[in-house]
Design a protein around this ligand. Structure first.
Ligand SMILES: [Zn+2]
Length: 359
């Protein structure tokens, strides 16, 4: 829409987050955040920060902009805050603490990135390396080096933005108007939510037909290849599982889930060899339940990262549902504020109530 930047749209779409951001800026300006951080000597908590993409908001208009967690400039600010006020730990350190071998350092933060997009290497990793911060990249392991069409949420976004159709008539979701950018983003939200409620194969077939009916979409495959992942691993990155086909674990049959989990674990071990980190997984789209957690344990994983917002204590309540702190284009003050336990608890109520869980 003319005259309204993407940032403006974000602010109006998420008023609670905008308000929280302003409150956090006040806390930062009066020095309270720094004081809280300096006073925190606890070694019993682990903050797991969850990013998806780090890129300029208009870098790739065909890709779903909802997956951009931070611009490179905001990301640098956030990582400098981590370097100054917290201790970034590796997945090996978390695994050792979980096994009771070595306690965590005070103010421990684990930095994680989902989906394995190329912008991780281009934008995030140079900043992490410069600041000496370890990180974990969760990769859906059937995607690297496959000349596929890309992730469904990106293809759906591109189809909705490119289509000449004024509305969508679908036997499953009914009629959805497509006039204007906000209506099309609204359509993406509705279709995305519905797709995530269906068995995986059924959802993919439905989306393929829907996308084909809307517009021609070029390949949007942007996942790093294994050579790049090995290079990053040799530079210190931990490359871990995000499932194999990025299916929601709750939307696969028991047999298919087991195959997906085992294949993904074996693929990482085969591709990375001695550089393979401890076997951990981040659930695609944060979807899990007790059956999924049991399947993950049976497949030989040691820990799994879920979607509940919050900060876990050591020893971990449930190593197969470790809480994370998602970043959704936060200013640095709000980013720092949510690393405080009281604020992250509030965020679970206020922000997660408004923002749907993402991929
Ligand atoms: Zn994902």
């Amino acid at each position: 829409m003319a005259g309204r930047s993407l940032g403006d749209r974000q602010r109006s779409e998420y008023p609670v987050k905008a308000l929280a951001g302003r409150a956090a800026e006040v806390l930062a300006r009066c020095g309270l955040l720094t004081a809280l951080e300096a006073a925190d000597r606890g070694t019993d908590r682990v903050r797991v920060v969850a990013y998806h993409r780090v890129d300029e908001y208009d870098a790739e208009p065909d890709l779903d902009p909802g997956l951009i967690s931070a611009s490179p400039a905001d990301f640098r600010d956030q990582m400098e805050a981590i370097a100054h006020h917290y201790t970034a730990i590796s997945i090996e350190q978390l695994a050792a603490a979980h096994r009771g071998e070595t306690p965590l350092p005070p103010r421990a933060v684990l930095l994680t990135f989902d989906d394995g997009y190329q912008d991780f290497e281009a934008q995030a990793w140079p900043i992490l390396r410069e600041l000496g911060l370890p990180a974990v990249l969760f990769v859906p392991t059937s995607f690297p080096d496959v000349a596929g069409p890309g992730f469904w949420w990106d293809r759906l976004h591109a189809a909705l933005m490119r289509t000449d159709e004024p509305r969508l008539d679908d036997p499953i979701v009914g009629r959805i108007e497509l006039e204007g950018h906000e209506a099309r983003r609204g359509a993406h939200r509705i279709l995305r939510t519905h797709a995530k409620s269906m068995p995986h194969a059924e959802a993919m077939a439905w989306l393929d037909g829907l996308i084909e009916g809307l517009a021609e979409v070029p390949s949007l495959h942007r996942v790093l290849g294994w050579d790049a992942l090995r290079r990053l691993a040799s530079e210190g990155l931990s490359v871990c599982s995000h499932g194999s086909i990025h299916a929601l674990c709750t939307r696969l049959s028991k047999e298919d889930l087991s195959v997906d989990l085992v294949e993904s674990k074996l693929r990482i071990e085969a591709e990375l060899g001695a550089a393979a980190p401890p076997a951990v997984i981040a659930y695609p789209a944060s979807a899990s339940n007790s059956t999924v957690r049991e399947a993950v344990r049976e497949a030989g994983y040691e820990m799994a990262f879920g979607g509940r917002r919050g900060i876990d204590h050591m020893p971990l309540d449930d190593p197969f549902e470790i809480m994370r702190l998602p970043v959704h284009r936060y200013g640095t003050a709000l980013f720092r504020a949510q690393l405080r336990p009281v604020v992250s608890g509030l965020g679970r109520v206020l922000i997660d109530g408004r923002e749907r869980r993402r991929a």
